[in-house]
Design a protein around this ligand. Structure first.
Ligand SMILES: Cc1cc2nc3c(=O)[nH]c(=O)nc-3n(C[C@H](O)[C@H](O)[C@H](O)COP(=O)(O)OP(=O)(O)OC[C@H]3O[C@@H](n4cnc5c(N)ncnc54)[C@H](O)[C@@H]3O)c2cc1C
Length: 469
């Protein structure tokens, strides 16, 4: 090896893709994977890129779906995860689902066969030694404890979250603002606010009682053994609060005080669901205090009972699970490098993206950034208009500044979604503005068309006819 190797810790979705990208760029890689020597609570095999739960890479529709777009961009970028997924596809409608063993075997075989990749089966228990001058840590949500502790100590004590409660996030344009209204409680302006910072959805007594009953009756996801973390009172699931008594929610996250329905000022709402802006673009809103472990289908059904949310589209559904992730916007630079330790990058779910495909995509970028640096080249980050760029910007700094504590950043893991992309005008048809679903689809198509063109340009591929895409 004439070029010094890059070390990659973790051979999951992100680490495998990072190794492939760096090696394909001509840089030797040493991939350290602990399975074979030590397991995790979720992985079942020693195979690289094992899918721990579902076998789906979700929608493969690159025209109107953000994860489908990410698939397309990854394919353009010679992704190992995507080509191995495509080669092991199983029927799943519009989704890309894979034979999990065939997929993992394919990734393992191709990495093992690559002349520039060496795979070492060992647990890395601390931050990389000084002579590993280019390292990518891609150890995922179940990072082995000793390394997690070393990362926490090497960054700052509150940099890693070990318990994660998430509330659903809704696309703004799917909320009915003829029912809901903007207002902060008691019109409080606060630092950086306007007095109209929240979306409020009103409920009368009958609607509230039916909603509370639905929460209690809804099917819940059972915690796995490794998720046996006790609840903290500060982030109780909404359905657990509902079980504590019929009035609990009305005195908690659904309290109606200090709010006046601008559409019907004479009638005081019995309870109010509030949503708070979740991204700088104002395209996404999260449901305040609505962390939940209801099953995903149940969340959609029950939360659409909320007045004004009858047609809500969810960018992310709620969940409660153990997670290990960095406060990346503070800690990482735009090339995923630890600001305090150049040459040390992070990739995958540990950076605060969520999902197999997103983790692999961030691995792809980290591998390319590290290889470019090793080769003495500068790599321009992907444009913000691409799925790569939208995801990277979410992780390294694009997230909204104020939540409960104005001036502080709030960073939550997230799947790729259209709310992370810069706005685009929906095209007009014969000079006329489109409305409703037609408008939404036209906008998505405009966004994905722009993304693929910009991604091709970024990769130096040159334009092709849309049909060939
Ligand atoms: C129980 C569970 C279910 C999930 N279900 C889904 C799902 O259905 N769909 C979905 O899209 N996403 C799901 N996820 C999220 C999923 O884990 C991630 O999307 C994805 O696997 C993350 O990729 P990664 O490469 O960051 O981490 P991983 O794929 O977990 O890879 C990390 C690798 O690092 C290794 N490792 C850890 N510590 C060390 C160490 N100290 N030294 C050496 N190696 C180490 C691990 O053995 C592992 O191989 C789930 C996660 C969990 C925990």
């Amino acid at each position: 090896m004439s070029t010094k190797p890059i070390h990659i810790v973790g051979g999951g979705l992100a680490g495998s893709e990072a190794a492939w990208q760096a090696a394909e760029a001509g840089v030797p890689v040493i991939l350290h994977e602990m399975r074979g020597a030590r397991g995790t609570d979720a992985h079942k095999t020693d195979g690289l890129a094992e899918l721990v739960c579902s076998n789906s890479f979700r929608s493969d529709d690159a025209e109107t779906n953000a994860v489908g777009l990410l698939h397309a961009e990854m394919r353009l970028a010679n992704s190992l995860i995507m080509s191995s997924g495509d080669a092991n596809q199983v029927p799943a409608g519009g989704a890309l689902a894979v034979d999990r063993d065939g997929f993992s075997d394919a990734v393992t075989a191709r990495l093992e066969a690559h002349p520039l990749i060496t795979i070492v089966r060992e647990e890395i228990t601390g931050l990389p030694p000084a002579d590993w001058d280019q390292t990518i840590i891609a150890t995922g949500p179940l990072t082995a404890p000793s390394l997690a502790e070393a990362i926490a100590a090497g960054t700052s004590s509150d940099a890693l979250a070990f318990f994660d409660a998430i509330a659903p996030i809704v696309h703004f344009d799917s909320i009915d603002m003829t029912t809901c209204w903007f207002q902060s409680r008691y019109d409080k302006v606060g630092p950086g606010g306007t007095g109209k910072d929240y979306i409020n959805c009103p409920m009368d007594k009958a609607q509230y009682e039916a909603f509370v009953q639905a929460l209690m009756d809804g099917q819940k996801t059972e915690f796995k053994e490794w998720e046996g973390t006790p609840y903290f009172d500060g982030c109780l699931p909404i359905e657990v609060m509902a079980e504590r008594g019929p009035e609990t929610l009305r005195h908690g996250p659904m309290k109606p005080m200090g709010l006046t329905n601008e559409h019907n000022p004479e009638v005081k709402a019995y309870a109010v669901v509030q949503l708070r802006q979740d991204n700088a673009l104002g395209t996404l809103y999260n449901m305040v205090g609505f962390q939940t472990k209801l099953k995903h289908g149940e969340q959609v059904r029950i939360f659409r009972m909320i007045p004004g949310m009858e047609n809500a589209e969810f960018a992310r559904l709620g969940g409660l699970h153990r997670n290990t992730y960095l406060n990346s916007p503070t800690l990482l630079d735009p090339s995923l490098q630890l600001r305090s330790r150049p040459g040390l990058r992070f990739a995958g779910q540990i950076t605060g993206c969520e999902g197999y495909v997103e983790s692999a995509a961030i691995g792809l970028l980290a591998g390319r950034f590290a290889a470019a640096e090793r080769l003495g080249r500068t790599m321009t980050p992907p444009p913000a208009t691409t799925a790569f760029g939208a995801l990277l910007n979410h992780i390294t700094g694009g997230h909204l500044v104020s939540h409960d504590e104005p001036g502080k950043r709030s960073f939550q893991p997230m799947n790729v979604n259209f709310g992370l992309f810069p706005e685009i005008e929906a095209p007009r048809v014969e000079g006329k503005r489109l409305r409703g679903k037609e408008k939404t689809i036209a906008k998505k198509k405009a966004m994905t068309g722009r993304a693929l063109a910009d991604c091709r340009a970024w990769l130096g591929l040159g334009p092709v006819a849309q049909a060939a895409e």
